[in-house]
Design a protein around this ligand. Structure first.
Ligand code: CTP
Ligand code: MG
Length: 228
């Protein structure tokens, strides 16, 4: 099985508030995007395509190996992944989609996702349990119900797909469906795209170290943990 990795790195990082795109922000001396690319390669992916902010292409090219393909991302994560997917080699059997914003993801997570695909599942996501009490609130912030957390999971990346399944699911994703899913806050990852196409999504164990860097506190925590 050959696998291509896609790194979604075209976001601006507005919540992090740095003076450059989040994927170029450094963690222990290396940009977040470099950590993400290295994790995919170390975990067994054969080649990598990175979706970057169009205006920053040169800056990304300067920090990534020449073997990594760059494509201009879009206005949303979905658009960025779609662009990278069309540039990803058609010879690959599998596609792993990873966030540049998860720099410390252990290669073991990549390996678990690849193993599930090799075993024949069409789609697989790394997940972790929910440990906090989790509730639903109304518009006033009053708790209306507690959610049974035993059935809940937090979903991470890289998410793995049979390449033909993911390509078909993105092709079936027309603008009206995107709008409906975004309105329902149901289009935050690639698994949602294949689920909208009726494809079952299985799970493997994620890892707390694959936490997403979203706000400055997350970067401080990552800096304490960065050892590679
Ligand atoms: N992403 C992307 N293209 C976009 C938006 C996001 O490739 N148009 C990527 C980001 O680069 C990031 C991942 O999707 O690696 C997860 O998104 P998020 O953590 O929300 O990053 P940003 O969108 O950059 O951050 P913010 O929402 O705070 O602006
Ligand atoms: Mg975002």
């Amino acid at each position: 099985m050959s696998a291509v990795g896609i790194v979604a790195a075209a976001g601006s990082g507005s919540r992090l508030g740095a003076d450059k795109p989040k994927a170029l922000v450094e963690l222990a001396g290396r940009p977040l995007v470099s950590w993400a690319v290295d994790t995919l390669l170390a975990g067994g992916v054969d080649e990598v395509v990175v979706a970057v902010p169009a205006a920053e292409r040169d800056a990304f090219a300067a920090v990534l190996p020449g073997s990594v393909a760059l494509v201009d991302g879009g206005a949303t994560r979905t658009a960025s992944v779609r662009a990278a997917l069309s540039a990803a080699g058609p010879h690959a059997d599998a596609v792993l989609v990873h966030d540049a914003a998860r720099p410390l993801t252990p290669p073991d997570v990549v390996a678990r996702v690849l193993a599930a695909l090799a075993a024949g599942v069409p789609a697989v996501v790394p997940v972790l349990p929910v440990v906090d009490t989790t509730v639903v609130v109304d518009a006033a912030g009053t708790v209306t119900e507690a959610v049974p957390r035993a059935v809940l999971r937090r979903v991470q990346t890289p998410q793995g797909f049979d390449r033909a399944v993911l390509v078909a699911a993105y092709a079936a994703l027309d603008d009206a469906l995107v709008d409906a899913l975004v309105d329902a806050a149901a289009l935050t990852d690639d698994a949602a795209v294949v689920r909208a196409a009726g494809v079952p999504v299985t799970t493997v164990a994620g890892d707390e170290r694959a936490a997403k860097v979203t706000v400055p506190h997350d970067l401080h925590l990552a800096a304490l943990q960065a050892t590679r």
